[in-house]
Design a protein around this ligand. Structure first.
Ligand code: FES
Length: 105
């Protein structure tokens, strides 16, 4: 699986991800600086916010209510395809593109 992270300045990094990891863990382990993940993935910080590419958004499982609520507390206002990356599981063959917000805090 491949996850592509695009910075606010347009720089894209494609990372070879491991199935079962979250997208947040994939970012942190590979030094993607735009993901802070203060709470370590326990759905209580909203500093792992990403904007999923609209063409990929429908391929993801829908979010739980708690994630939806937490998305109202992001540093940069949520968009139509916003997700918390700690709640997105990497699956076999995934080819996901996400954009990083200007700031997470
Ligand atoms: Fe804290 Fe995702 S890492 S909500």
């Amino acid at each position: 699986p491949t996850i592509t992270f695009t910075d606010p300045d347009g720089t894209a990094s494609s990372i070879d991800a491991t199935p079962g990891d979250s997208v947040m863990e994939t970012a942190v382990r590979n030094g993607v600086t735009g993901i802070v993940a203060e709470c370590g993935g326990s759905l209580s910080c909203a500093t792992c916010h990403v904007f999923v590419d609209p063409s990929d958004a429908a391929d993801l499982p829908p979010m739980e209510e708690m994630e939806d609520e937490m998305l109202w507390g992001t540093a940069v206002d949520r968009g139509d395809t916003s997700r918390l990356s700690c709640q997105i599981r990497v699956t076999d063959g995934m080819d996901l593109h996400v954009a990083l917000p200007e700031t997470q805090v």
